[in-house]
Design a protein around this ligand. Structure first.
Ligand SMILES: [Zn+2]
Length: 454
């Protein structure tokens, strides 16, 4: 979902919320492991020969080799890195541009003329801001989300669907700004010294609320969600969930094939809306035993409490980000107020400044956040293996992921540090091959959380 910058400060919370959902492969970064179909040369003999042949049932045959990525996959990886650099710089350039050209102040003036009253001015500014951000981002979004995946055979999405989703994203962003932007600005007005503490305190229940409602109100606006069509496989999944001690767990199949040929699955929601979502592309391209391993992995996120841990981390991040804004904004405004066109942080024209500072904080801290995410993913891979004990299904499901999503199994260290929410596929396949404590009677890491099969 491309809600991101259109919402600035509120958006930051949403970005964190979306970071909380834990897909099997990286999801939001266009260049990561999240793209689909087989362009002709991926299917060509060179790379395809050894991996594709290994059906999960062929077990016992020894370790599954990490496929050599195709030339196309490597091109996709390299161009994706350049695109990421460009998108990151753009993400800082847009709010900086809005500030230093005084456009933000002019948007505020316009909002004030139309809205008159304080509350309406803030709401209208939020809407205008979402609209301007959307327009400025449009060329890059169109290229990275539509043109590029099509060029690599990773998507057959209709242009109308892309535009429909883009406008829905804009509408949601504008609505959120109109509904919630007044909260931090009212707090800034009432308590210029402690606003950041109060905003942080309110942000936590807000993030939880977003996590609860996103899967039921937001996600279905973009794709069709339903129960699994393969009832036999669903029954197997539910018995696996039962062994993992997950009660009333819900499994959804989402019609993602209209958007992408890549494969993925993720855990989302909170409290009563917690669920595991499988893309229909994954169900179409993976063997049942591989789907079961993937489900075991997703159940690991559930059982090992990764969502609450991420929520705690995000709470700290929000407070820290707000504190940085509080500490640094006044000096920046004092230095540049003639260019910015506002005198204090409590002026709604400061929104791009808040967004910029939050963006910088998040960028600097993201290696730590990503390292934690990779740690969770490794734990979940281990959990998936311990519950299925199917090393071949584990390894071959990641092989499929690499092929279908044009992944690079051994990315560079900088990529890993700053971009990888998941361990490199090569490491995951190696782990799938190697981890088998049940064969020697060694204790399992999560033995007490998993009931043995009956
Ligand atoms: Zn995962």
């Amino acid at each position: 979902m491309r809600l991101a910058r259109s919402l600035a400060a509120v958006a930051f919370l949403l970005v964190l919320v979306s970071a909380l959902t834990a897909p099997l492969a990286a999801r939001t970064d266009p260049a990561a492991a999240d793209t689909p179909v087989l362009p002709p040369d991926v299917a060509a003999p060179a790379a395809a020969a050894d991996e594709e042949v290994v059906p999960a049932t062929a077990a016992a045959a020894g370790p599954v080799a990490v496929p050599v990525p195709s030339e196309t996959a490597m091109r996709y990886y390299r161009s994706g890195n350049w695109l990421w650099i460009l998108a990151t710089l753009w993400g800082f350039a847009v709010p900086a541009l809005l500030l230093f050209t005084g456009v933000s102040a002019r948007l505020r003036d316009l909002a004030r003329r139309l809205g008159r009253r304080w509350f309406l001015t803030v709401a209208l500014y939020g809407v205008l801001f979402a609209l301007v951000g959307f327009l400025l981002d449009l060329p890059l979004s169109w290229y990275s989300d539509y043109v590029r995946p099509h060029a690599y055979g990773l998507s057959d999405q209709a242009a109308a669907k892309w535009w429909g989703d883009a406008f829905k994203g804009l509408a949601i962003g504008a609505l959120f700004n109109a509904l919630f932007l007044w909260v931090p600005y009212l707090l800034l007005k009432k308590s210029p010294r402690r606003w950041w503490i109060y905003t942080g305190l309110l942000a936590v229940p807000f993030v939880i609320l977003m996590m609860v409602v996103t899967p039921i109100w937001i996600d279905p606006l973009f794709n069709e969600f339903g129960p699994m069509k393969d009832r036999a496989l669903e029954a197997e999944i539910l018995s696996l969930a039962d062994r993992a001690g997950i009660e009333g767990g819900r499994v959804y199949e989402v019609a993602k094939s209209v958007d992408t040929n890549t494969v993925n699955a993720y855990v989302t929601g909170f409290l009563d809306t917690k669920r595991i979502v499988l893309w229909d592309t994954l169900l179409a391209k993976l063997e049942p035993s591989q789907v079961l391993f993937v489900m075991g992995h997703e159940m690991g996120h559930y059982v090992l409490g990764h969502v609450p841990v991420m929520l705690a981390v995000i709470t700290v991040l929000i407070f820290f980000g707000l504190w940085v804004v509080h500490r640094s904004a006044a000096a920046l405004i004092a230095r540049f107020r003639h260019r910015f066109g506002f005198e204090e942080l409590g002026d709604v024209a400061s929104l791009p400044l808040i967004g910029l500072l939050f963006g910088l904080v998040f960028f600097v801290l993201s290696p730590g956040f990503l390292a934690l995410s990779r740690h969770h993913e490794r734990q979940s891979d281990r959990f998936g293996l311990e519950i299925t004990r199917d090393n071949v299904a584990c390894a071959t499901s990641f092989v499929r992921l690499q092929e279908e999503n044009l992944g690079n199994p051994r990315p560079g260290w900088l990529y890993k540090l700053w971009r990888s929410s998941h361990p490199p596929l090569g490491e995951r396949i190696d782990f799938c091959n190697a981890y088998r404590p049940w064969e020697t009677g060694a204790p399992l890491a999560y033995g007490e959380k998993i009931r043995p099969p009956v």
